[in-house]
Design a protein around this ligand. Sequence first.
Ligand code: SAM
Length: 250
Amino acid sequence: MFTEYGELSTELYELTKPVGFEIDGDIPFYLEQAKETTGLVLEAGVGTGRMLIPFLKAGVKMDGVDLSPFMLDRCRENLEKEKLVTDLFLQDLQQLDIPKKYDIIMMPTGSFALLPTREIMLNSLESFKKHLLPGGKIIIDLLLPRDFKKGESTTSVFSLTENSGIVFNSTSLEIDWEKQRTTELHRYEKWIDGKLTQTELSNFILSWYGIEEFTLVLEKLGFVNIQHIWDYNKETDKHDTLTFIAETEK
Ligand SMILES: C[S@@+](CC[C@H](N)C(=O)[O-])C[C@H]1O[C@@H](n2cnc3c(N)ncnc32)[C@H](O)[C@@H]1O
């Protein structure tokens, strides 16, 4: 019934968050972090290349991994447009098997929250650890469900061409305090010449973790020098974006 990161979700992502589009200052923050190494960086959940492409242009040696063939196809097209080449892997983060080791594995903005269960989250962190060099870093953003309101429903219309567009509806279904996750129903409709041509439904789950809790998880997995940063170090007390940085033993 549900499709996650499907064709319409990819098309809308590309339209609303094109290559180089910044979300709350994520690109400058991550770029500064990535430039601290001359080694290899991996973006986990690379999507359409919104961040990957500006990073490659800035001289960062970076690969991408994603489990959505639609997202990766769009990423490939975006790379070709810019005449850029790098390695993209179609893999689930839970079972990464990449024949390389990285200095940094980063998962910016909402992507880590998309890992829908604690088991998948733990498996993914284990996978990251296996693919990091000694002293390598993870940089991960966490989301907190501050704005979730059960029953809230919003509809937005996005034009693609003069006679086509996507209607997107998001309905907030449930907040599960025990499992620490929110569920929204996302419905995508593609309309061409007044006719509904395609629909897609996503069971959109976002998971959250507390600061102490996530620190303990990282410690248990053997990460060291664990620190957290609010709002990409900007001078604000909004406390919207929580970034964790941790290293593997040298
Ligand atoms: C919100 S998009 C972000 C894309 C990109 N990182 C950006 O910031 O623009 C999240 C991406 O994570 C990918 N993703 C989610 N769960 C994944 C998993 N278990 N393994 C690999 N990729 C995953 C999705 O397919 C999607 O492309």
